[in-house]
Design a protein around this ligand. Structure first.
Ligand SMILES: [Zn+2]
Length: 129
């Protein structure tokens, strides 16, 4: 079982899927919450979010992330908002620093940093084509 930055973010790790919550009013949020930020109701259920989406917006950061975010070795990196259908999720966009809004991406588990001998994983998105 891989070590993650926060196990509560995940519905499953193999295959990787994010854990959101769906309210009876129709709202879906990530990360999962015990009550709905739209209607304030508590009739919410954990759901595994879709793993394929499209880039909704993105930017590339050319400076090191500030704590509590960490990396082992810094290089400019892209952050995107990915539209998974029921919800838009923020996450790293891996593999390059130029993206196109609307381009298909898929969820992956990736190394966030290492703690001694332990690789700590987080979620990210990579180009789907
Ligand atoms: Zn609701």
């Amino acid at each position: 079982m891989p070590t993650t930055v926060d196990d509560s973010l995940f519905s499953s790790l193999d295959p990787v899927a994010l854990r959101g919550s769906e309210c009876s009013c129709g709202a879906t949020v990530f990360p999962a919450l015990g009550s709905c930020p739209v209607c304030t109701g508590v009739d919410v259920t954990d759901v595994a979010l879709p793993t394929d989406g499209i880039v909704w917006s993105w930017t590339t950061q050319h400076f090191e992330p500030k704590p509590p975010f960490r990396t082992d070795e810094f290089a400019p990196f892209s952050i995107g908002y990915v539209d998974l259908g029921p919800v838009i999720v923020e996450g790293w966009l891996l593999g390059r620093t130029e993206w196109v809004i609307g381009e298909p991406v898929r969820l992956v588990l990736t190394k966030a940093w290492t703690d001694g001998d332990t690789v700590v994983h987080t979620y990210a998105f990579e180009a789907a084509s």
